[in-house]
Design a protein around this ligand. Structure first.
Ligand SMILES: [Zn+2]
Length: 303
């Protein structure tokens, strides 16, 4: 069934960059990917078939309950006007100032994907350090904070852990929340970069905008373009009855008016994608791509 879905994807050329609803089979595929990879916090071991789990705090039941994964057309960088915090002088409006909170995915007992000798929770923390270092060395107008800076979970309950990541971002008064991840698939054949964004009105433009900017930089490295995507929950609703985001950290960020994204850099179990992340230097290259995507979108001034 899995193979037939992939063939379906290929035959329908789903990678065209445009907004569209993904048909039912693809929704099932998307869900499999989530559960097999870091979005679902699945531990992927070599030559074994991952079993679904629910520790990511995302809606627990895969299958036909998941609907409306949507790809998003890229958008131009936003004007910085709305983000300017300085008001003290006539030049203050020319100086952007943003607070970006990086979320190294997983941590502690939540190890994320695992393949060969690489464990996702460690890769994401390494990435976060590289991104922060690069941004602060090369750009003005930005502060960078982490949801975690050691190998810990924020809470033993994964649902609470994921909400606390957004709460940490709120505590920093974050303008953007960027969650860092690596993917994996059951048959190890999938590859490429995907960035998940919010579709909620209060954050959609900025979330999808920064997602597209980051993805553009990753694709420029040679990674396959698996598009910016949004995903609606069928289990979580707003008070007005409208559906919320499927992914917990994006949903919880949006609830705090913070545009959030999940960057699935590549598939750590795929032979093609391994070439992008199998050394520390390559992780740094990925991190610089993230950083440049953030900087370009925010139009940060170079140092
Ligand atoms: Zn992950």
């Amino acid at each position: 069934m899995r193979k037939s879905i992939v063939q379906y994807m290929i035959s329908h050329n789903i990678n065209k960059r445009r907004v569209h609803k993904i048909p039912g089979l693809l929704l099932i595929l998307a869900m499999i990917l989530c559960l097999a990879g870091c979005s679902g916090s699945k531990d992927t071991t070599p030559k074994t078939m991952p079993a679904p789990d629910t520790d990511a705090g995302y809606p627990a039941t895969p299958g036909p309950t998941i609907q409306d994964t949507t790809t998003v057309a890229p958008t131009a960088p936003l004007s910085t006007d709305a983000e300017i915090t300085g008001t003290d002088g006539p030049t203050a409006t020319d100086i952007p100032h943003y607070i970006v909170v990086l979320d190294p995915g997983h941590g502690g007992n939540f190890i994320g994907a695992w393949y060969d000798d690489r464990i996702e929770k460690n890769l994401t923390l390494t990435m976060a350090n590289y991104i922060k270092e690069y941004l602060l060395e090369n750009y003005n107008g930005i502060e960078v904070y982490f949801t975690r800076d050691t190998d810990v979970a924020l809470n033993g309950d994964i649902k609470i852990d994921l909400e606390q990541r957004a709460e940490v971002a709120k505590g920093y008064n974050a303008d953007y929340f960027v969650s860092l991840h690596f993917n994996a698939s059951e048959a190890h054949e999938l590859h490429g970069a995907t960035v998940y964004a919010s579709f909620r009105d209060n954050v959609a433009e900025k979330s999808q905008g920064i997602a597209a900017s980051i993805l553009e930089q990753l694709v420029a490295l040679g990674l396959k373009d698996n598009l910016v995507k949004t995903r609606k929950s069928q289990d979580y609703y707003a008070e007005d009855g409208s559906r919320l985001d499927y992914y917990a950290v994006i949903r919880h960020s949006a609830a705090r008016d913070i545009p959030g994204v999940i960057v699935e850099h590549c598939f750590m179990d795929n032979e093609i994608d391994k070439q992008f992340m199998n050394t520390d230097e390559k992780l740094k290259t990925l991190a610089i791509a993230d950083a440049e995507g953030i900087a370009k979108y925010l139009e940060l001034p170079h140092k």
